[in-house]
Write a protein that binds this ligand. Structure first.
Ligand code: WTA
Length: 654
């Protein structure tokens, strides 16, 4: 950790926005930005009340914020609003009716385009299909989809009728899907036969069949025909969307939702135990998603905006669906892999659709760098005017490459720090005013009161790495963990027990520099970040030990140029287990089935023992050093048996 801080400290480049960018930016005057920011902190009710007033409420709110029940915040109480109405009706019935809302490209090259009027119609019809299946307000609906327009429509259709959606990333296994369906007690699953991924079909319906086999609460599986292969069919439960849409009514009035009614659940891995169902409500979430999309991406009427995330992650919720549509933006959506059929696919899409704003993850940028400049140089990217990153700290080399090669040296980069739990961007440059720095997420967004604290809650001086804390509530903050209030309090609000009202602990370390800009140092706990996806060591370990040839397992990250972190698994084999190489191979497959390919260890090391404390806790920090081939400089006195270190080092990986 201290090395990281050193190398980051050495980064002193700063890039103020160009005059050309500033001339057209929404917020370009530093004094105006300071004034607004100060107001958002000192008088949040006025600030957020004004922003919220820009959205179409079905009934006006009476109060902006009630923090008396901290850590449970209530925003915009008394107000009623509907997310699909905000995203669609206001545009479809106004000047944006014939504006393109969504340009979609499938991996095989097929294209579909929807205007706001058309998307509005599709979503209402989709909503009527859900209603006809008896789905209504408050019901939970799992969405397990490829990146096709119907994924966004499914979310908006749920929102329209007040059903709570729970999107599960299509790359997760049937076991992961089943866990999430069971935890949320879902009554329906929306899926597709499959999606296209690197030239072949990624089957989805078979995984759903497995996931719901023992979930009798799921009475409907609504299936989109995308790839056309044969799928098993349960005539009582399964419905083809295209058949259900026949003869359905075109109109479906939006369900008036209280501002604090739940809009969606989204599961995220924690450092311990099962995934947490993060709860987001309607009013505050929309207000934050709306304002951040507009100001962070400096959105203008004629922009073509592309966020490359999957709808299975929070970025897909806030910055593909709700934020851009609430602003009436034109957005691009792409189904497939960035290297299918060739490694310039993203740039081809940017050129073809005239993308002006491009938002992606550092792991993708590192892959593009590895694939070579020629793929970028082949395409005309001159329409791009703003770039963004999210998901993990970006290393300065990747940042500079992104700026020079993709942005032609002229596009500001917004490095946005936030989480599933925060719902919207928390630390970020504002592109018309901030001097951006390679590797820094710069400043707290409007209404965000961020600080670097030590374990006791004292604010640390500039330059010192510590725990990141958020000291005030914000509209899109999580409202809880589904069905587990205690875990919500323990995980996020108990790091500084003396604080009253409580402070939010995101689990990340950070520091500020001499300009007051924030630099994120990564997770302070054991969560792995593979290709920008947070995976819990616990989950992977429990998947490993569920294999009958494994006695015990410990999982640690190892730095990886491509994926950020790669997974290294240390396993103790059962007696009579296969030889190390065979076992390692089998375990890779096993984890991929249990959790998903994402969680497949890059390396499996078979070992007779694991380093433990005297109280029996596995010392993951030591394993981390061993996995990265570093020298062990840490205190090993708590180690139960120090000879184990040489033993572990001697064991190569598979
Ligand atoms: C990390 C993604 C550094 C961080 C929106 C956070 C980042 C976790 C950045 C949340 C960034 C996200 N710089 N680290 N710009 N963005 N992270 O829930 O550790 O998938 O806590 O939300 O990713 O991941 P999540």
């Amino acid at each position: 950790m201290s090395d990281q801080i050193e190398s980051v400290l050495a980064e002193s480049r700063a890039f103020p926005p160009s005059d050309e960018f500033r001339a057209a930016a929404r917020i370009a005057d530093p004094a105006e930005y300071e004034r607004l920011h100060r107001e958002s902190i000192e008088d949040p009710e006025t600030f957020w009340g004004r922003v919220a007033g820009e959205l179409p409420w079905l009934r006006p709110f009476e109060a902006v914020l009630d923090w008396s029940g901290a850590p449970f915040a209530r925003w915009f109480t008394g107000g009623q609003i509907n997310a699909s109405h905000v995203c669609l009706d206001q545009h479809a019935q106004g000047e944006r009716a014939d504006k393109t809302a969504l340009v979609w490209e499938g991996e095989p090259g097929d294209r579909r385009t929807f205007t706001y009027r058309e998307l509005h119609l599709e979503v209402q019809r989709f909503a009527n299909v859900l209603k006809a299946r008896g789905i209504g307000k408050g019901d939970r609906v799992a969405i397990y989809m490829p990146m096709i327009p119907e994924a966004a429509m499914a979310m908006l259709a749920c929102a329209r009728i007040g059903a709570i959606h729970s999107v599960v990333f299509g790359g997760f296994s049937s076991t992961s899907l089943e866990d999430r369906i069971a935890d949320g007690d879902c009554c329906a699953v929306i899926t597709a036969d499959g999606g296209w991924r690197r030239g072949s079909v990624l089957p989805l319906k078979p995984a759903v069949d497995e996931a719901v086999a023992n979930q009798p609460g799921v009475r409907t599986v609504l299936c989109v025909r995308r790839t056309g292969q044969d799928v098993a069919w349960n005539t009582e439960r399964d419905v083809w969307l295209h058949e259900a849409l026949e003869g359905v009514a075109d109109e479906c009035a939006p369900e008036p939702m209280d501002a604090e009614d739940v809009l969606f659940l989204l599961y995220t891995s924690g450092s311990t135990g099962k995934p947490k169902g993060i709860v987001h409500t309607t009013g505050g979430y929309l207000v934050s998603a709306y304002l951040s999309t507009q100001t962070v991406f400096d959105l203008r009427e004629d922009d073509v905006y592309w966020c490359t995330a999957d709808v299975g992650w929070i970025t897909g919720h806030s910055y593909i669906v709700y934020g851009p549509l609430a602003n009436g933006a034109t957005m691009v959506m792409y189904e497939g892999a960035p290297n299918a059929p060739h490694e310039g696919r993203f740039w081809e899409i940017c050129e073809a659709h005239g993308v002006t704003i491009f938002y992606t993850a550092p792991t993708a940028i590192r892959a593009f760098m590895k694939w070579g400049d020629e793929h970028v140089e082949k395409h005309d990217l001159s329409k791009l005017r703003l770039l963004g990153t999210v998901g993990e700290p970006i290393n300065p080399a990747a940042w500079m490459w992104y700026r020079d090669k993709v942005g032609g040296g002229r596009c500001p980069i917004v490095d946005t720090w936030w989480q599933t739990e925060t719902g919207s961007i928390m630390l970020t440059p504002l592109p018309g005013v901030s001097a951006t720095k390679p590797g820094s997420a710069t400043r707290p967004f409007f209404g965000v009161d961020a600080a670097i604290l030590d374990e006791e809650g004292n604010e640390l001086p500039q330059g010192k790495g510590g725990l990141l804390a958020l000291r005030r509530p914000w509209p899109s903050m999580l409202r809880g963990i589904w069905g587990d209030e205690q875990r919500f309090r323990d995980t996020y609000w108990s790091r500084w027990p003396a604080a009253d009202p409580p402070l939010y602990f995101p689990g990340d370390g950070a520091r500020t520099d001499e300009d007051g800009d924030f630099w994120i140092l990564g997770r302070v706990d054991d969560v792995l970040n593979v290709s920008g996806h947070r995976l819990s060591t616990m989950e992977i370990e429990s998947a490993l030990v569920s294999h009958d040839q494994v006695v015990e397992a410990a999982v640690v990250p190892r730095p990886d140029d491509l994926t950020g972190e790669a997974i290294v698994a240390f396993v103790i084999p059962a007696q009579g287990a296969d030889d190390a190489a065979t076992l390692a191979g089998a375990l890779g497959e096993h984890v991929a089935t249990e959790i998903g390919k994402l969680a497949r260890p890059a390396e499996v090391r078979v070992t007779p023992r694991l380093p433990k404390t005297r109280s029996g806790k596995i010392m993951r920090r030591l394993l981390r050093a061993i996995a990265s081939g570093e020298e062990i400089t840490q205190d090993t006195t708590t180690l139960e048996d120090p000879t184990i270190l040489d033993e572990l080092r001697a064991n190569g990986g598979h």
